[in-house]
Design a protein around this ligand. Structure first.
Ligand code: GMT
Length: 378
């Protein structure tokens, strides 16, 4: 198959899923064309069958907002025509699904099919905003196939846009060979903690929806009851607020900010516990990556997280903002090596059993084949 994959190249779960999926398809001998304004951060361009096409947006004084969606559609048309691409997989509805549908209309002689994967904030925050709602609906309705990364997101999409069309749930996935407790590197761990200290981790884009101040406050309580360090991975708008709060609480020596990291497997394999107190999370890919490394997760019972983390088995689920319960859970888990071992094993097992990369990529491959073989509606 010849597939174009459109995604946001910046740090974020949708770009990770799109990149890993594209590279897995390329490894299965499909020709994969990534189309974006920069190389998505996890894409390895040296891999056979992987191609990248940069979308250039011409700036002109007349444009206060250069029309990226149109430049993307134009680039897609040229990729389709030059390489015989038949399928466009848009990750994140806005603006990608709209550009993909436009490409289908512009290349009506090419038999193009489109798949849109909804990732979360494209529905729950951006797409539901009145300025984008109708165009998001257009993107969803115009796709030949729509998938969502969790049952919760599929439900929310039907509700938000009052649509009845099929939305297939294909959950996110993880490479359980790369993300594995076997990758634990003691020398790397010793860069962050001394013997007897626990290593707690948070990974995100530090947007308000991630509630990074809750991470700091939970960590403060863990730290008050036992030796521990906190690793903050990623960066974003709330990073400064988190740093200020850490300093105010006198925790600066106990928290390491490591910035945005392309591959998180080595870091995660060194950690004992992940905190993900998000206000909403359609799936929580970082939670899955942590679980694959045998790291239990304390998270909120929000969105699709309960489809990933099993309460009291692979971690704990609490109400948003319930810092008391999250801190109590963390201290309980970190104080009992036996309990921690059981949670860690269960977390790893769940990731392997339900979310292993190869099994989920099989599902996308079958979907691609199905829609390419389906008779045209014209
Ligand atoms: O979480 C973000 O702000 C990034 C966003 C993205 O599109 O990159 O993540 C969303 O997609 C991920 C991959 O499917 C999911 O694991 C995240 O839960 C989802 N984020 C939210 O729903 C807030």
């Amino acid at each position: 198959m010849k597939i174009a994959i459109v995604c946001h190249p910046t740090y974020g779960g949708s770009g990770v899923v799109a990149s890993e999926l594209g590279m897995s398809m390329a490894a299965r001998d499909h020709e994969v064309h990534f189309v974006s304004y920069q190389v998505p951060f996890r894409v390895d361009r040296s891999q056979p069958n992987v191609h990248f096409h940069e979308v250039e947006v011409t700036s002109y004084p007349l444009f206060r907002y250069p029309p990226y969606a149109l430049a993307l559609a134009t680039k897609l048309v040229s990729v389709v025509r030059a390489h015989g691409v038949r399928l466009i997989h848009a990750h994140y509805a806005i603006p990608h699904a709209i550009s993909a549908n436009l490409t289908k209309q512009m290349c009506c002689d090419c038999g193009i099919r489109t798949v849109t994967t909804l990732h979360g904030t494209d529905i729950t925050i951006v797409g539901s905003d009145h300025s984008f709602a109708e165009v998001t609906r257009f993107g969803i309705e115009g796709s030949d196939s729509v998938t969502a990364v969790s049952e919760d997101l599929a439900r929310e999409t039907r509700k938000a846009f009052d649509i009845t069309r099929e939305i297939e749930v294909i959950p996110n996935f993880v490479d359980t060979v790369l993300y594995s407790p076997e990758r634990r590197d003691e020398a790397l761990r010793r860069r962050f903690v001394e013997d007897g200290e626990a290593l707690v981790v948070h990974i995100s884009n530090f947007r308000p929806v991630k509630r990074v101040l809750d991470v700091v406050r939970v960590f403060e309580r863990i730290r008050a009851s036992r030796p521990a360090k906190l690793l903050m991975v990623g960066t974003g708008p709330d990073r400064c607020a988190a740093e200020e709060e850490i300093s105010r609480l006198g925790l600066s020596d106990d928290v390491h900010f490591v910035g945005a990291v392309a591959g998180t497997s080595e870091i995660l394999a060194c950690c004992d516990l992940m905190l993900l107190p998000s206000e909403n999370e359609s799936f929580g890919l970082v939670a899955l990556e942590a679980m694959a490394c045998g790291v239990p997760v304390i998270a909120t019972r929000a969105g699709g997280i309960p489809e990933v983390v099993t309460d009291r088995e692979t971690g704990y689920l609490e109400a948003m903002g319930d810092i008391d319960s999250m801190s109590r859970d963390a201290v309980e888990l970190l104080s009992s090596p036996e309990m921690h071992r059981n949670f860690s094993r269960a977390a790893r097992q769940r990731a392997v059993d339900l979310f292993d990369r190869d099994a989920i990529v099989d599902r996308y491959e079958a979907l691609y084949q199905r829609i390419l073989e389906a008779p045209s509606e014209e």
